[in-house]
Design a binder for this molecule. Structure first.
Ligand code: FES
Ligand code: FES
Length: 158
C-alpha cells in the first residue's frame, strides 16, 4: 500500500492505495465518488471521463500514481442537486439523459470543450464528444444541450 494525494473537486485528498491501482477505481472505491462510471475499461467508451488538470481524460487508462498532485474534477464537483451546472441543467431540459450511464463522462467532455472554446460549432461539439459513447439518445439531444449551455454561459458572462 502507498499514499497518494490529489486535489479532487476543490479539496486535497490523501488515501492509501495500491501502486497498480487505476484512477477510475481509486475515484470510485477509495474516494467513494461513484458518479464516474466504468464501461469498457479500454479507453473506448468515455464513461469514465474526468478532467485532470483541466483536460478530459479516460480515467480507466491512468495509473493512480500519474495523478499524484493533480487537479481532478468529477461529475460530483461539477454541480449538485441544489446547484446544477448550466450543462447539467441543459441536459435535463433538452432530454439528453436517458439511462444516464454516459452522462457524467459527456458532461465532463463538454465542460473541457466549453472551458477552452465558449462558442463551439456543431462540428467542434461533435469532435469533443466523439470519445463518449451513448447507446440511448442518438447524440442529437446531447449536442443540442451542449450548445444551449454554451449560449446560457455566454449570456451569464455578459
Ligand atoms: S471505461 Fe474508460 S473509456 Fe470506457
Ligand atoms: S443516456 Fe444511456 S448511454 Fe447515454
Amino acid at each position: 500500500m502507498m499514499k497518494v494525494r490529489m486535489k479532487v473537486n476543490g479539496n486535497w485528498v490523501e488515501a492509501e492505495t495500491w501502486p497498480d491501482r487505476i484512477l477510475v477505481d481509486f475515484i470510485r472505491e477509495e474516494l467513494g465518488l461513484t458518479g464516474t462510471k466504468k464501461g469498457c475499461e479500454e479507453g473506448e467508451c468515455g464513461a469514465c471521463t474526468i478532467l485532470m488538470n483541466g483536460k478530459a481524460v479516460a480515467s480507466c487508462l491512468i495509473p493512480v500514481l500519474k495523478a499524484e498532485g493533480a487537479e481532478i474534477l468529477t461529475v460530483e464537483g461539477l454541480g449538485g442537486k441544489d446547484r446544477l451546472h448550466p450543462l447539467q441543467q441543459a441536459f435535463m431540459e433538452e432530454g439528453a439523459v436517458q439511462c444516464g450511464y454516459c452522462t457524467p463522462g459527456m458532461l465532463l467532455s463538454a465542460k473541457a470543450l466549453l472551458d477552452g472554446n465558449p462558442e463551439p460549432t456543431v462540428e467542434e461539439v461533435k469532435e469533443a464528444i466523439s470519445g463518449n459513447l451513448c447507446r440511448c439518445t442518438g447524440y442529437t439531444k446531447i449536442m443540442r444541450a451542449i450548445q444551449a449551455a454554451s449560449e446560457k454561459m455566454r449570456e451569464e458572462r455578459g
